[in-house]
Write a protein that binds this ligand. Structure first.
Ligand SMILES: Cc1ncc(COP(=O)(O)O)c(C=O)c1O
Length: 221
């Protein structure tokens, strides 16, 4: 087990209110792993059409090659459209909290109710909202996926960079004679190499994505 990865998984599971998370190489890998655990050859998924383009391509072009058919609901607010897209082999509903790039907000509870009435789990991509704005698991979703190279990763990276800069600045302030340009000089004193060194491990972390699951006892299916 990689302890850095485990810490990241624990934090994201905790932010989302899930019991566990799994860090993988990318957001698209997280989506794929989540859905391949639910659907297999011969399975069917119903998805909102308000999706990140790469996810649309995964569903429209790649899933059929694996024997998984995906039906798209053009208006995700139309709960009847979700209901009527269900087939006997439907294994999952899929949607984004905030559709990328449209920015429309998912009716978590409405869509989750249609899914759960039919024994189907709801998978939500919470990348654009982050758990700071929305916690899909608290509103009926069963699995959450993230692309951690977006807000959730960048925020962490920024915080660490700012903390590191502040630390270097304080250290320099203690050792340098007073100067009106001191703050500027210390902030600018990062060479391109030192910048790269500080940000490398954080960038690696930024390429990770997660799945979070609801408490087992709460699972509707
Ligand atoms: C909403 C959303 N989900 C998933 C992804 C895919 O993430 P990744 O690029 O980490 O595979 C993206 C990428 O832009 C995205 O915007």
């Amino acid at each position: 087990m990689n302890p850095t990865q485990a810490a990241f998984e624990d934090r994201v599971a905790s932010l989302e209110g899930g019991v566990a998370a799994l860090a993988v190489a990318s957001g698209q890998a997280a989506e794929t792993i989540a859905l391949l655990n639910l659907a297999e050859n011969g399975g069917h998924i119903v998805s909102s059409a308000s999706l990140y383009g790469g996810t649309y391509n995964l569903f429209h072009y790649t899933c059929p090659k694996l024997g998984i058919e995906v039906s798209f609901v053009n208006d995700p607010d139309d709960l009847e459209a979700w209901r009527s897209a269900i087939r006997p082999n439907t294994k999952a509903f899929y949607a984004e909290t905030l559709g990328n790039p449209k920015g429309d907000v998912l009716d978590f509870e409405g869509v989750a109710k249609v899914a759960h009435d039919n024994g189907i789990p709801l998978v939500v991509d919470n990348t654009l909202a982050t758990p700071f704005l929305a916690q899909p698991l608290a509103h009926g979703a069963d699995i959450v996926v993230h692309s951690a190279t977006k807000f959730i990763g960048v925020t962490e990276r920024r915080l660490r960079r700012d903390r590191r800069r502040r630390h270097v600045q304080l250290r320099s302030e203690r050792s340098l004679p007073p100067s009106p340009n001191r703050t500027r000089a210390t902030t600018d004193s990062f060479s391109p190499n030192s910048r790269r060194r500080f940000s490398r491990p954080l960038r690696a972390q930024g390429s990770v994505a997660v799945l979070a699951r609801r408490r087992r006892g709460d699972h509707p299916v």
